[in-house]
Design a protein around this ligand. Structure first.
Ligand SMILES: NC(=O)c1ccc[n+]([C@@H]2O[C@H](COP(=O)([O-])OP(=O)(O)OC[C@H]3O[C@@H](n4cnc5c(N)ncnc54)[C@H](O)[C@@H]3O)[C@@H](O)[C@H]2O)c1
Length: 261
């Protein structure tokens, strides 16, 4: 040991202030709860019309003995992002961790994708991620501390049928993660992404009601099963923690081996 500091990396997030976008359901909700279990204060955010879901996540976090508020947020609106950042800073004084999780998908053959479909998917999945990073990043730059984790997808590094807009948006997130990591490295801000395979959530539930689709997906996953939200949360807690201090610009694939073939 060269200093008096402990050499054991910690995955605790005690007293860290975390914002998770789209945390009223699915992966975002699981991430918010995992953060609370790791000791963090969590700002749970979702669209105004889904704020009741965000409040349920908040209540579960408070039951765990952590602090939490539910704040409405539409990531496609810079004004809404600014309002959320202000509310968070007013309430807790800072943002240590940002998870850009909010996302949508419209599955269609490429020839049927409309301009509206394209704009909707790119606005939430890529523009929304960028402007949340920018607004929160400004406050992190001032404090010279921050951890940003973008929820991309395995579909950010490989293609998949009927997902021209979705795959494009997630590939954008993977490379945006690298750019911000480089720009903000000198400000002590780590920017990483995760790339999950198919996980059963409200976003994908309908897809998996179709047996042929489920079998086609399972055939491509060497570990032989779909993801559960709990398969994803450990990686996000890790990337938010001091154990991942030297990792930046990386996309951690959580894909059961899909992209290893
Ligand atoms: N489920 C999967 O198989 C899977 C795989 C890889 C990546 N992902 C990604 O994980 C993330 C979460 O997906 P999920 O499966 O939990 O889906 P979900 O539909 O359960 O949750 C998405 C959340 O984002 C919110 N949201 C949508 N538009 C928003 C907006 N404009 N502003 C703020 N919030 C908004 C929704 O209200 C919802 O709470 C997405 O980015 C998705 O692309 C999911």
């Amino acid at each position: 040991m060269t200093s008096g500091k402990s050499m054991s990396p910690s995955m605790r997030l005690d007293n860290q202030v975390a914002v998770v976008t789209g945390s009223g359901s699915g992966l975002g909700q699981a991430i918010a709860i995992a953060f609370a279990e790791a000791g963090a204060t969590v700002v749970v955010t979702d669209l105004a019309q889904r704020l009741h879901n965000a409040k349920k996540t908040r209540d579960r976090i408070i039951q765990l003995g952590r602090k939490s508020v539910a704040v409405s947020l539409n990531v496609t609106s810079i004004r809404s992002i600014r309002r959320m950042v202000k509310k968070t800073i007013d309430q807790y004084g800072r943002i240590d961790i940002l998870v850009n999780n909010a996302g949508v998908n419209i599955s269609k053959p490429a020839v049927e994708v409309t301009e509206d479909d394209w704009d909707k998917v790119l606005d939430v999945n890529l523009k929304g991620v960028f402007f949340c990073c920018q607004e929160v990043g400004r406050t992190m730059i001032e404090r010279r501390f921050g951890k940003i984790i973008n929820v991309a997808s395995q579909n950010g590094v490989i293609g998949y049928y009927n997902r021209a807009a979705y795959c494009s948006s997630k590939a954008g997130v993977v490379n945006l993660t690298r750019v911000l990591a480089i720009e903000w490295a000198s400000k002590n801000i780590n920017v990483n992404a995760i790339g999950p395979t198919f996980v059963r959530t409200p976003l994908t539930d309908k897809l998996f009601q179709e047996e042929s689709f489920t079998n086609e997906v399972l055939r491509r996953i060497p570990l032989g099963r779909l993801g559960q939200p709990e398969d994803i949360t450990g990686s996000v807690v890790f990337l938010a923690s001091s154990a991942a201090q030297l990792i930046t610009g990386h996309t951690l694939l959580i894909d059961g081996g899909w992209t290893a073939i």
